[in-house]
Ligand binder design. Structure first.
Ligand SMILES: O=C(O)CCC(=O)C(=O)O
Ligand SMILES: [Fe+2]
Length: 341
């Protein structure tokens, strides 16, 4: 693994203070991250964020020059947010870390529209990423002991996010997120050609399965998971690369992909996997860091670590962002619903 130069914005004391004042104020005015009024108001409220952070995020999002960026130096009040929970299920809301959830939604609104999955963490819009006992060996954000292999977030899904944001509420052992960006020049023209063709199958990851959500077997839940099941049954083949031939976008989650029987496509998949493997770097988020990943340009994962399960574990918040909510309308219950599935 190598360390790369990051695209980082360090908040000034004044910017950090005004951001937390804003989000604490808003946390008293709204009910939860899913509050429809909050979601409607987001872009209006985001105008009160420091201008430098908004400019930095828009430059990152529109420029397509960086696969990821970090906004560093947010104030996190460890006493206010309390210990790292042992599960996301069954917590009373709004949670004490509602201001930190609002910050991610505001940042999301600067570059697009935050959205969630009906099939993930019971349809919550802002996800928790902390180790859960029993998930240790799983390929999940809530796993720990195993390497979370690098992936494009929700690569299997046609309506996956354009960006993913992770904010670190705490990370005492400096457990690293892994990030990789493709150097297309490292691939042969034949491999590039094959990867641009719809010759690959990507299965949904475990986080979308009923067993990792509540109420996995009532009727409403059955309907929620039906759209995911249809994707599994249809087994539509997709391209791994798309967009520009010289600076391609990536759609890849090798852990959930089969090696195609077609040897040419299989060799190309192996080649791109090796190229990305070689170029992975580590980003250990510090408390108060917000990492933004361009989900077309960069793959990400997480190194293995030993969970503590004592309230002091690594705790991140995560939100998915789309540039175009409308394209997923067929899979959302109403025009203003933020949940796909
Ligand atoms: O824990 C991390 O650093 C990243 C986990 C991850 O892949 C995710 O939350 O999507
Ligand atoms: Fe991920």
């Amino acid at each position: 693994m190598e360390t790369v130069t990051e695209y980082v914005l360090e908040l000034t004391e004044e910017e950090a203070r005004s951001s937390v004042e804003l989000t604490v104020e808003l946390s008293r005015r709204y009910v939860s991250p899913e509050d429809p009024q909050l979601l409607f108001d987001l872009p209006l409220l985001a105008a009160r964020l420091p201008e430098r952070t908004r400019r930095f995020l828009r430059d990152f999002a529109l420029g397509d020059r960086h696969g990821h960026c970090v906004l560093r130096g947010h104030h996190i009040d460890s006493a206010r947010i309390g210990p790292t929970p042992d599960h996301w299920r069954g917590r009373s809301r709004p949670a004490p870390e509602f201001p930190e959830e609002i910050l991610l939604l505001l940042y999301g609104a600067v570059i697009g529209e935050p959205f969630g999955w009906a099939t993930q963490q019971d349809g919550r819009l802002v996800h928790d990423v902390f180790p859960i006992e029993g998930h240790d060996g799983e390929q999940l954000g809530t796993g720990s002991a195993e390497l979370l292999t690098w992936h494009i977030e929700d690569a299997f899904h046609p309506y996956r996010g354009d960006y993913l944001m992770l904010s670190a509420l705490r990370n005492p052992d400096r457990v690293a997120t892994t990030i990789g960006e493709l150097d297309p020049d490292a691939l042969s023209p034949e491999h590039l050609e094959a990867l641009f063709e719809p010759r690959y199958y990507i299965a949904p990851d475990e986080s979308h399965l009923p067993k990792n959500n509540s109420a996995g077997d009532d009727t409403a839940a059955g309907e929620r998971f039906a759209s995911i099941e249809r994707l599994i049954d249809n087994r539509e083949r997709v391209a791994v690369l798309y967009g520009s031939r010289t600076a391609p976008y990536v759609r890849l989650d090798p852990y959930f992909m089969e090696i195609p029987e077609d040897p040419e496509a299989g060799a190309a998949l192996q080649a791109i996997t090796e190229v990305l493997d070689r170029g992975m770097s580590e980003v250990a988020l510090l408390q108060g860091d917000v990492l933004c990943v361009n989900n077309h340009l960069a793959v990400h994962g997480r190194l293995p670590f030993k969970a503590r399960y004592d309230g002091t574990d690594r705790w991140l918040k995560r939100v998915n962002i789309t540039s175009d909510l409308r394209k997923s309308r067929e899979m959302r219950a109403s025009a203003d619903s933020r949940l796909i599935g």
